[in-house]
Design a binder for this molecule. Sequence first.
Ligand SMILES: O=C(O)CCC(=O)C(=O)O
Ligand SMILES: [Fe+2]
Length: 269
Amino acid sequence: MNTQLTSDQIEFYCENGFLIIDDFLIGSELSLWQDAVDEAVAQHVSCPDAFHNQKGEDNYYKNVFVQCVNLWKTSEKIKQLILDPDLGRLAADLAGTSGVRLYHDHAMVKQPWANPTNFHVDNPYDPFYSHQAIMFWVALDDATIQNGCLYFLPGTHKTSNFEVGGNLGQVGIGELFHEYPEWIEIEPYAAEMKAGAGVFISGMLAHAAGPNMTTHPRRAFAMLFMPEDAIFNGKKSALPDEVFAKLKAGDMLADDEHLPLVFSYQGDN
Ligand SMILES: O=C(O)CCC(=O)C(=O)O
Ligand SMILES: [Fe+2]
């Protein structure tokens, strides 16, 4: 894993709200990640209690992607790969925070002929509000214009708010622009990425993905990190039931079992 950062890269992230690390996985690491995620996804979709978005009523959203959440809890291999302090340090350095917890992971598989992922902002859906929320999205297949690569609206992390996140259902790719008309002229950045590349995305950045117009799945695996001092805002979102049950708005999100501390400058790692 390439976990080095230059000051230019940090500056790019602060300015644009995303940063692509082209050569994140090195050599045989890519097949290790692909195999671990394939195995965990196969196990997950066959488990009736596991959360994935194929269960909902909304046929359009069902066909945006297959999303499997918290694979680190069922796959020892994924746990080993992602609860990595070097990765956590990268996220903390880019987000400008003293440490990060894993909020959740998710595999995002865009099947052949999948619908586009509408423009949206992630953090308004999270159980904490923060400009330091950051996601790391790793391409497990080449992500191309044809199979549904990500698109970013550079700089929108500076003007988005915590109230409006957008909608991934059948409202239209650009529905978010009704809420943020000032973004309408911002040219989207098409993030074509080779398998093994990763991209850090601010939780406040507007992003989307195209449809998959190929006969092969577009696999990606993402980790959502939250600052170590994140405060619960009352939303359950993807929090496990037992964590949510114990919380009241204003509490610190510091459950070491379910929201593990991946890296902290204040701790021992
Ligand atoms: O992979 C995709 O199509 C969208 C990913 C995304 O929006 C997310 O993980 O927050
Ligand atoms: Fe997103």
